[in-house]
Design a protein around this ligand. Structure first.
Ligand code: FMN
Length: 201
């Protein structure tokens, strides 16, 4: 029997994830939407870094980055990713594994437009993951794009979102004596139904 009730209750993992994130927004000192994003490079060597989860959609999770970055190259070749969110204040984590596609349309334009001007210009100035000679050369690049693009820069073609469409979502909550609660939601693909099972801690 799947007794996923209380904080685990629900028929939709995106809804539960949204609920947990909303709780974390009230308790975490900063960046409650930070996720550790794992990718794999062309040699099969895993890679991980933090990014900010910007949207929980009806059927996917979305974050934004530079399309020339190391992570983007890894995502574009493997089309797969995993991420974990951990909230120290709540003692909970959510793990996600899935298939990745680009969000480089109106959603990306809208999110880019919602960022501060400095962040928008910063996206233009940074050749993310490439070697940088000095801090001064980055600041010079910022000054250059600021002069060139003015107060309304368009979204760079090399900057946008990725959408993770999960096949696995696991909700974990701390329990006494390390007897934690884990509920794993699994589906074969985005069109199939979720199966939920409790896992040993
Ligand atoms: C809390 C936190 C949030 C971050 N959010 C983002 C983000 O949303 N997008 C991004 O591209 N990098 C973000 N970064 C920087 C990444 O961790 C990473 O340094 C950068 O994306 C380059 O990674 P890569 O070389 O593996 O592509 C964040 C870092 C931290 C610590």
């Amino acid at each position: 029997m799947n007794e996923h009730n209380g904080i685990f209750a629900g028929t939709d993992p995106f809804e539960i994830a949204g609920r947990w994130l909303a709780e974390a927004e009230k308790t975490e000192p900063n960046d409650p939407n930070a996720i550790a994003l794992a990718t794999v490079d062309s040699e099969g060597l895993p890679n991980a870094r933090m990014v900010l989860l910007k949207e929980i959609e009806k059927d996917a999770f979305v974050f934004y980055t530079n399309y020339n970055s190391a992570k983007a190259q890894e995502l574009d070749s493997a089309h797969k990713a995993a991420f974990v969110m951990h909230w120290k204040s709540l003692r909970r984590q959510i793990r996600v594994r899935g298939i990745v596609s680009k969000e480089d349309g109106p959603g990306a334009d809208a999110y880019y437009a919602s960022r501060s001007l400095k962040s928008r210009l910063g996206a233009w100035a940074s050749r993310q993951s490439q070697p940088l000679e000095s801090r001064a050369s980055l600041m010079a690049e910022v000054a250059k794009v600021t002069a060139k693009l003015g107060p309304n820069p368009p979204r760079p073609e090399f900057w946008g979102g990725y959408r993770v469409s999960p096949v696995e979502v696991e909700f974990w909550a701390d329990g006494a004596f390390r007897l934690h609660d884990r509920f794993q939601w699994k589906r074969r693909n985005a069109d199939s139904d979720w199966q939920v099972q409790r896992l040993n801690p």
